[in-house]
Design a protein around this ligand. Structure first.
Ligand SMILES: C=C1C[C@]23C[C@@]1(O)CC[C@H]2[C@@]12CC[C@H](O)[C@@](C)(C(=O)O1)[C@H]2[C@@H]3C(=O)O
Ligand SMILES: O=C(O)CCC(=O)C(=O)O
Ligand SMILES: [Fe+2]
Length: 360
């Protein structure tokens, strides 16, 4: 493959024909590629064609079944990850919000950039966080609390034309908040600890630090016809208690198993995927593992994901729940507040072992 360097913008799907493509040859290995400066970033994101195996073992927790609490605890211990079905949230609501997100991401770059750059909230494009991480992704990151949504909205969402986006977002957030409460209460039940809301109240109080993210991984024309892929969102664990993820029917999400191998999570647009975050690993003194995950974009599909990250109030102490500790059991972690952890997390790179800093 040959690379030529030019200057000019490297855009996403809605832009004019991609300037990276110089010839119409079908495979990456035979393509002549003209590189714009930002395309240098693209090279670092290209991954070799080593596909992760499609994993049929993702634990599925049917919330209507009596064994939900036990299954969920088992999944959190083994994988830190599971899929939730029979959750009662209408798929139409998920599709409504997804359609609004797609509309936003289809706007001309200059329009989208009015809501950016993400610092860390707002519209972001390829740059993830403030410490040099890059991914083939554009996104919107909002702060969401149980306070009125209007407190935390970006300008474009305040405009009368955004009323459908606003109402879908509001309804979706409220439904997912209820789902998270239900899941966290089932966790307490499965762990046999009281009160049942001991974990859920951490993330549903007025002061809880909730973040909502809409991610768009556009197709990448350079990779069409090749079996190369791109780093969409690099490997990491989520710092919060849990993250509730819903995506369209595209592949890309991968999780790391206990042996360090990566497997691909089969998509399911009608279900939710739950990640155990670092804070829940600490609250359970390591019984639950916070799952390392990443998104690999394949260049063909457009992936849209929406993730609600449930964090505790800033002043909350993150320490193992006393109800859970066995006799003589010590905390594996130094004491810290969510504020301290979040500040440290935001100084780290995506792939860093953030909890390592707080291990005893
Ligand atoms: C590189 C970074 C992006 C991130 C903040 C950080 O410095 C390390 C944690 C990252 C993460 C991962 C989960 C969520 O997507 C996120 C919003 C979060 O709370 O922590 C992101 C942060 C981000 O994109 O700003
Ligand atoms: O977009 C996805 O499917 C997952 C992204 C993710 O892990 C994150 O935003 O923290
Ligand atoms: Fe994540």
């Amino acid at each position: 493959m040959q690379f030529y360097y030019t200057s000019g913008p490297l855009g996403f799907g809605s832009d004019p024909p991609n300037p990276l493509l110089f010839s119409s040859a079908p495979s990456l290995s035979t393509k002549m590629v003209v590189l714009t400066d930002p395309a240098l970033d693209l090279i670092s994101l290209i991954r070799s064609p080593k596909p992760a195996a499609c994993f049929s073992g993702v634990p599925v927790v049917d919330l209507s079944k009596p064994d939900a609490a036990a299954r969920l605890v088992e999944a959190c211990k083994e994988f830190g990850f599971f899929k939730v079905t029979d959750h009662g949230i209408p798929v139409e609501l998920m599709r409504r919000l997804e359609a609004e997100a797609v509309k936003f991401f289809s706007l001309p770059p200059a329009e989208k950039e009015k809501s950016g750059p993400a610092k860390p909230l707002g519209y972001g494009n390829k740059r993830i966080g403030a410490n040099g991480d890059m991914g083939w992704v554009e996104y919107l990151l909002f702060a969401v609390t149980s306070r009125p949504l209007s407190c935390t909205l970006m300008d474009f969402l305040r405009e009368p034309s955004a009323c459908c986006f606003r109402s879908a977002l509001k309804e979706y957030l409220s439904a997912v908040r209820k789902l998270a409460s239900q899941v966290l209460e089932l966790m307490a039940e499965g762990l046999e600890i009281e009160p049942r809301d001991v974990i859920s109240q951490l993330v549903t109080s007025e002061a809880s630090d909730g973040i909502f993210r809409l991610n768009h991984y556009p197709p990448c024309p350079v990779l069409r016809g090749s079996n190369y892929s791109l780093t969409g969102f690099g490997e990491h664990t989520d710092p919060q208690v849990i993250s509730v993820l819903r995506s369209n029917n595209s592949t890309g999400l991968q999780i790391s198993l206990t042996d360090g191998s990566w497997v691909s999570v089969p998509p399911d647009e009608e279900s939710f995927f739950i990640n155990v975050g670092d804070s829940l690993q600490v609250l359970t003194n390591g019984r639950f593992r916070s799952v390392r995950h990443r998104v690999v974009a394949n260049g063909m599909e457009s992936r849209v994901s929406m993730i609600y990250f449930f964090g505790p109030p800033f002043a909350e102490k993150i320490a193992p729940l006393p109800q859970l500790m066995g006799e003589g059991e010590h905390s594996l972690y130094k004491e810290f507040t969510w504020d301290e952890y979040k500040k440290a997390a935001y100084k780290s790179r995506l792939a860093d072992n953030r909890l390592g800093l707080f291990e005893k």
